[in-house]
Design a protein around this ligand. Sequence first.
Ligand SMILES: Nc1ncnc2c1ncn2[C@@H]1O[C@H](COP(=O)(O)OP(=O)(O)OP(=O)(O)O)[C@@H](O)[C@H]1O
Ligand SMILES: [Mg+2]
Length: 266
Amino acid sequence: MNRDNVLIDAKHLTKVFGYGLQKTTAVHDVNFQFHEGEIISIVGESGSGKTTLAKMIMGLLGETSGEIEYKGKPRKLRSHKDRKQYWKDIQAIFQDPFSSFNIFHKVDKLLTDCIKLQGLTLSKEQQFEKMKEACSFVNLKFEELYNKYPFELSGGQMQRLMIARIFMLHPKVLIADEPTSMVDACSRSTILDMLLKLRDENNMTIIFITHDVGLAYYVSDTIYIMEKGQFVEGGPAEDVILRPRHRYTRQLISDVPKIHEEWNLA
Ligand SMILES: Nc1ncnc2c1ncn2[C@@H]1O[C@H](COP(=O)(O)OP(=O)(O)OP(=O)(O)O)[C@@H](O)[C@H]1O
Ligand SMILES: [Mg+2]
């Protein structure tokens, strides 16, 4: 990670849903700088505003106030062309991989669509090689899966397939919103290791969203703690987890017995 290369710079981001008595400030005056090749975790309880913030960064939700600069310029998402260009650079995987796919498409179609999305014209053999390479990156065997429908795969296999798509699309930024919450502990660590590999091999910036400080500590360079729509603490992962300053961070850490014992925190 290079701290001089700021990729996403957000200033005073705020998102308010509804009006009057129904008003919810889901994100409140959030500021950050994410760098190229950095893994950032956003940690907070349910309802703290993590997904809302992720959708704002993705450009799927407009901000009520504040602004985002991308690669040093104000982000513009007005035209279809602007959005298409931005979404080439920024991709997301979500908690439930099944919800992001057309369930009537087999695995090979899900992967060939990535090739089409990139506008590549490849021969059948070249496509096959590309899909095989992406599957082997996530320890899946293309030959065993290509003819299957999503419902014939396990949650862990499906999530790895999502990562295979990211490997093929190689965006500059990946937002992973609770990507491991629906898989078992073994698949969880495999998926985290794959995210680390994507960063190491492709210098991808990864925004990892979780309610689990232990996972955040394992993968990230930088951690932001989110409470009720605000970043209450942020900095290098070691500082935030081993020397937490904010009451809410301490509370989150004390809820994870393993970190508590291993690092002997007060
Ligand atoms: N489209 C919406 N309309 C109205 N309120 C919303 C909308 N989306 C989110 N909210 C509210 O904004 C707040 C933050 O929600 P958000 O989904 O961002 O939380 P989260 O941190 O992702 O939670 P979880 O860990 O459960 O996924 C919540 O109070 C939620 O009810
Ligand atoms: Mg969420």
